[in-house]
Ligand binder design. Sequence first.
Ligand code: GTQ
Length: 347
Amino acid sequence: MNDLGRIEDLPLDYREQLGALNLVPLWPSLRGVMPAHVPTRKTQPTHWSYQQVKPLLLRAGALTPIEKAERRVLVLANPGHGLDKMQASAAIYLGMQLLLPGEWAPSHRHTPNAVRMVVEGEGAWTTVEGHKCPMSRGDLILTPTGLWHEHGHEGDQPVIWLDVLDLPLVYYMEASYHVNGDGQRQAVNPGQGHRQHARGGLRPTPVFQAADRRYPMLRYPWADARASLLSLAEDDPTLDFVQMTYINPQTGEDAENILGFYAVMLRPGQTCRLPARSPASVFHQVEGRSQVKMDGGLFTLESADTCCAPGFTAVELSNLSPSEPAFLFMADESPLHRKLGLFEVRR
Ligand code: GTQ
């Protein structure tokens, strides 16, 4: 590969003339934006310990009333992007949100897609377009782009959940904005998507109703995800990676458009090597303890810990228990990469 000319090689008056006309010579910067073979990634392997986050989040509960915060969140920011950018990766935003008993985070909608992975506490709910979703540990609740959502809490202990949004991408596209509701609680409709789509291979078939809703399932109970993983692992003892994708049961596509969501089970004592793939990914420990190893990072995930891996990076996952399965929730940028034709696996 030949070296390209540097900016310093150009006479100052020429550079000034270009700048004054909003012109830039490509060749000094070409390798920067298109490096050889492997992209430059700002995303650094980063680990967030729940034991360290939780007391600071609870302190935010004492410092800032919900009315002054709207959403009381500590953002899990990747230092490689700069903390102020509030990014875990190029497309992924992560935040730990706290709701105290009796609090209410009023209805709004926004262009970024979000999901909530419930970490701790009982009695909270998210209402999405009139569908009230109870929140229990490990439940995944979708608040896709443009849908009205509010959070409330009728329990007696703090509730904490992990927010995963595609905010960095939507912001980069200059398409991120929100709309506040009318300050009233949403009217709640009957019916729950996870009951309508309760068994794999069968979907409801409306005849007299209008077209299906774009998002027929908004809550994915952890009990169902866990049972599916156990059933898959038991049915195929040779399967080397026990993973389920959260899908839209009406279409079979990923549950949301931009980020992908997965439940993973590591068998007792199991180590899995995931190949380097183009999207960045996030790992959140739901049950058990795991070790996550990659170039530039070696993390022990205790229960409710979260870490991220840049794209184009192989990741090794190990269950640290020799006797119990470990369960993880994963998020990645795969749907985005696939839609853009950028998805790659490096072997
Ligand atoms: O709960 O609606 O972490 O709008 C960031 C933006 C949570 C939410 C976040 C949001 C929300």
